[in-house]
Write a protein that binds this ligand. Structure first.
Ligand code: TYD
Length: 207
């Protein structure tokens, strides 16, 4: 069985950059690595992503939204993550179940229980071995995404994003055995190194 690593954090916390650097590091070592993201990660998942992020979809209900994230995740697990892990690969995913717990369960107020339940159904027991929480610090990381066209969720603005960070901190505290805190205010190479160090520790543990 391979290792499943998830990168979590608010929008603009540098997940994509860190994940790409970690991917390059392990690829250079010749490891089998998958770099993926949610919502998305598969052709069906990417279509669901478009529905979720489309600024026109203002009428979308909170439960619809939560179920669409879970649906994208179910397809991601079935088509990509589980087969890859079964072949002994290293899976790196930008976002997974914790994103739904934070955004849908906490920030949108649907509650953790229901959101956990639909996700348990979606993932069929495929849990992350390691979740890296990239914390953007007190200062807003929102400026990092202000120079491009915003999607439906980014249009929510800075207050929402700050709330998301606070919810992540609460969840990281509650689930401290499952989440590893990474200070994402550090320079990029140090953030990537901190991620690699945590993954190396997990790899030694799993041997
Ligand atoms: P993402 O592409 O990771 O955005 P960013 O690169 O800006 O962090 O995620 C898109 C949006 O989807 C983001 O605002 C977070 C949201 N999201 C949820 O609300 N629930 C989820 O389960 C997931 C995976 C994402």
């Amino acid at each position: 069985m391979g290792i499943f690593v998830v990168f979590e954090g608010p929008d603009g916390s540098g997940k994509s950059t860190a994940c790409q650097a970690v991917y390059d590091h392990y690829r250079a070592q010749g490891l089998r690595v998958l770099h993926s993201r949610e919502p998305g990660g598969t052709p069906i998942g990417e279509m669901i992503r478009q529905i979720l992020l489309d600024p026109k979809n203002k009428a979308m209900g909170l439960r619809t939204e939560a179920l669409l994230y879970a649906a994208s995740r179910a397809q991601h697990v079935e088509e990509k993550i589980r087969p890859f892990l079964e072949e002994g690969g290293l899976v790196l995913s930008e976002r997974y179940v914790f994103s739904s717990l934070v955004y849908q369960g906490m920030a949108r107020g649907l509650g953790l229980e229901g959101v956990q339940a639909i996700n348990d159904f979606a993932i069929q027991g495929v849990k992350a071995d390691l979740t890296l929480y990239l914390d953007p610090g007190e200062a807003s990381s929102f400026h990092r995404i202000l120079d491009r066209d915003l999607d439906r969720l980014e249009l929510e603005g800075e207050d929402f994003n700050q709330g998301v960070r606070a919810h992540y901190m609460v969840l990281a505290q509650q689930k401290r055995n499952e989440m590893t805190f990474i200070d994402a205010t550090l320079p990029k190479d140090q953030v990537a190194q901190a991620c690699i160090d945590a993954i190396e520790e997990k790899r030694r543990e799993k041997k």
